[in-house]
Design a protein around this ligand. Structure first.
Ligand code: SF4
Ligand SMILES: [Zn+2]
Ligand SMILES: [Zn+2]
Length: 312
């Protein structure tokens, strides 16, 4: 196959776009896609300082790489989740990436926030699925870091496959609140929140993997050990089959949702503005934000175990 743009030998074939690209044209294509998405959705202003949440995986590191290439002022944020060797290795990848490019990086770990706050411990103590506990904690730390560092925007590396799987899950249960909040740009609903954006939401996992490979980005290939049990993977698998039978399905599913259907859910999202968490001061819909509720639950469990003589 020949490159759609320059007719050289194509190195990558994108069935969803019925296009092929040589290496330089593919990198250009990828950057333009991100640039257009940012402009169309008004994600990032020219003077904005962007906090990029990086996990060490291909998507978030590719995102950071593109944003730097597009000239944005960025700082990386890595959150150590305490998931054994997976967390150690992902931390290493992020440090190496930032050091090689002299990019500023902030590192926070759940362990330094208090005993028993690593993802596996919180999941066990609260009997939640690890991803549910992890999601609540990540949201809290990303929001808090963006607020404390006075950033304008928080960018995450969610790709098309992530967004399509999430959308399918929300549609299957008709979760109106979740559907209303599923958007590529989430404007702040409280002065302590910043705008949250997903510049890769129309680029597939395959496309970001190719970009990361071509740019020589060394990312963590293995999945988080908790990903295996996640329902999202079942949805991803179902969507992969639909995509194989009809290329472009995922993109149409997400793009048309955002463009034509999501506005219908806007009224569902119109809930009261959040107040502030009694414990940490971040926005919350109850007395405590969901992170502080989790912490409290963990503390109660620890106290009960200590009282029963089960802990040292
Ligand atoms: S797979 Fe689940 S536990 Fe692992 S990083 Fe993702 S959300 Fe967290
Ligand atoms: Zn070309
Ligand atoms: Zn709180």
């Amino acid at each position: 196959m020949k490159c759609t743009r320059c007719k050289a030998k194509a190195e990558v074939h994108l069935r969803a776009h019925n296009a092929g690209f040589c290496r330089p044209c593919y990198l250009e294509y990828f950057r333009r896609q991100v640039e257009r998405t940012i402009a169309r959705e008004r994600m990032i202003g020219a003077d904005d300082h962007v906090l990029v949440a990086v996990s060490g995986g291909k998507d978030s590191l590719a995102l950071w790489d593109v944003l730097v290439g597009l000239g944005y002022r960025t700082t990386g944020l890595y959150l150590g989740l305490g998931i054994g060797e997976y967390s150690d290795r992902s931390h290493e990848k992020v440090e190496t990436f930032a050091a090689a490019r002299s990019l500023p990086l902030e590192v926070r770990t759940l362990a330094e926030q208090g005993a028993g706050l690593a993802v596996p411990d919180v999941a066990a103590a609260t009997r939640r699925a690890p991803c549910a506990a992890c999601g609540a904690m990540k949201r809290h730390f990303f929001d808090a870091a963006a607020h404390e560092g006075r950033f304008d925007v928080l960018a995450t590396g969610h790709n098309l496959d992530d967004e399509a799987a999430r959308l399918l899950g929300n549609v299957l249960r008709w979760q109106r609140d979740h559907l209303a909040r599923q958007r590529p740009v989430l404007e702040p609903s409280h002065p302590k929140f910043v705008r949250k954006v997903k510049p890769l939401y129309l680029l597939s996992e395959y496309e970001t993997a190719v970009y990361a490979f071509m740019r020589g980005i060394d990312y963590i290939v293995e999945e988080c050990p908790n990903a295996e049990g996640a329902t999202q993977l079942v949805y991803k698998d179902a969507l992969d089959r639909l995509e194989a039978a009809s290329p472009g399905t995922k993109r149409a599913f997400v793009k048309e949702y955002v463009r034509t259907i999501r506005p219908v859910f806007d009224t569902a999202a119109a809930r009261d503005a959040p107040g502030e968490c009694e414990a940490c001061g971040m926005p919350a819909f109850g007395v405590l934000c969901s992170f502080c509720s989790l912490v409290r639950e963990v503390e109660h469990k620890r106290a009960r175990r200590a009282a029963a003589g089960l802990d040292a």
